[in-house]
Write a protein that binds this ligand. Structure first.
Ligand code: SF4
Length: 379
């Protein structure tokens, strides 16, 4: 078993030449992998800390993962894509934002926060896909860090994955560019965007801007990705009626068929001041989504406390189509071609021809540990 040395060395040695950048004068480069579009001088990294300019060439992360886990696809959350499937989830390291409440900060804030010290595992795309199949994954998802900033690696994995019939997905903050979305389009089936706020000042606190994310959401929908949106509702940060209404109306303006998940915040990482989100607040957010005309609004992270907001109903006749408790599917009633059995309305999504049951015996925990052949620990 080989030893990888320091985190810095792992990130700066396990690289290859990037595909999402242009060369500029005086050995500068401009990266297109996320909405920051960093202009990077020789010898420096971009804002994400993991893509760096060496001698006028942009080097990007390659050949490792920062974490692997098998999750129910409902946890990503995707509610209109292969319900019950196991989503084999992997991530690398680093992020282009620095959200104070990040639940994956150990991998996302590597090299930015000294306390973030994930142990990477060296792996090839083929080994990763084999591990996904061994663990009975039907979907493979790039998540845990921001997948856009490691798009070259994710595409190498997804090309292998597609050859075996796996469905592919990104769980992303949506801070994209037209170039990166064009780059990933041929290989990504499902795309979840975490729309964190509808206030540019709030986005700047998190290290981003609102506009590139709104532009990306529009573009993702136009390009035909299967798109779902999640908003973590944080008391005092983004839970005002006004902000939630503007956000929901923006989504409704893109498409009434985009599922919108409003999920409950709990104290995490550096954000420990706001109270945890109550069920009443989520139900209020759900009502705002419905009032904006969105047909599929879901409330997450408080199983059993948010009434019908965990279920999918036919927007036409209100028949119960998928009944859930948290990530657990209690009832599935769509027809084999994804229609309401009661009135025949077509329900948007990526449905299998038949519900194959939920693969995990316990959908709240990974079924098995990652295959040990993949593990190469850092010191
Ligand atoms: S991925 Fe984003 S943050 Fe990282 S170097 Fe490229 S543009 Fe900058």
């Amino acid at each position: 078993m080989a030893r990888m040395s320091t985190l810095y060395e792992i990130i700066y040695e396990n690289v290859r030449v990037g595909e999402l950048y242009e060369k500029l004068d005086r050995n500068w480069v401009r990266c297109f992998a996320c909405g920051h579009c960093c202009k990077i001088p020789d010898g420096q990294p971009g804002v994400c800390k993991v893509r760096h300019n060496r001698g006028g060439t942009l080097y990007v992360p390659w050949g490792y993962v920062g974490g692997i886990q098998c999750d129910p696809i409902e946890k990503k959350p995707f509610f209109h894509a292969h319900p019950g499937a196991l989503a084999y989830s992997f991530g690398m390291l680093g992020c282009d934002l620095h959200c104070g409440y990040c639940q994956n900060w150990v991998t996302s804030q590597t090299l930015r926060d000294p306390a973030a010290a994930a142990g990477p595992m060296r792996v090839t795309p083929a080994e990763l896909v084999l591990d996904a199949l061994r663990q009975r994954g039907r979907v493979i998802v790039s998540t845990y860090n921001e997948p856009l900033i490691t798009s070259e690696w994710a595409m190498a994995v997804f090309k292998e994955a597609r050859a075996t019939g796996l469905v592919t997905g990104f769980v992303s903050n949506g801070n994209g560019t037209p170039q990166v979305l064009e780059y990933v389009r041929p290989w990504v089936d499902l795309y979840k965007v975490d729309l964190k706020s509808f206030d540019d000042r709030h986005y700047r606190q998190l290290g981003g801007r609102l506009q590139p994310i709104l532009d990306s959401i529009r573009q993702l929908h136009e390009m035909g990705f299967w798109l779902e949106i999640v908003t973590l509702v944080i008391p005092g940060f983004n839970d005002s009626d006004d902000e939630l209404t503007r956000l929901a109306e923006f989504l409704a303006g893109v498409s009434l068929d985009i599922p919108w998940h409003v999920t409950a915040f709990h104290k995490d990482y550096k954000m420990t001041d706001p109270e945890n989100t109550s069920a009443e607040t989520l139900i209020r957010a759900g009502e705002i989504g419905n009032k904006a005309g969105l047909r599929y609004v879901y409330a997450g992270n408080l199983p059993g406390l948010v009434g019908d907001l965990e279920n999918t109903r036919c927007p036409n006749c209100k028949a119960l189509l998928i009944e859930r408790f948290g990530y657990l599917i209690l009832g599935y009633h769509l027809t084999s071609n994804g229609c309401c059995p009661s009135c025949g309305s077509s329900i948007p999504g990526k449905w299998a021809s038949a519900f194959q049951g939920q693969i995990t015996a316990n959908p709240f925990a990974p079924r098995t540990r990652p295959h040990s052949d993949l593990l190469v620990l850092n010191s």
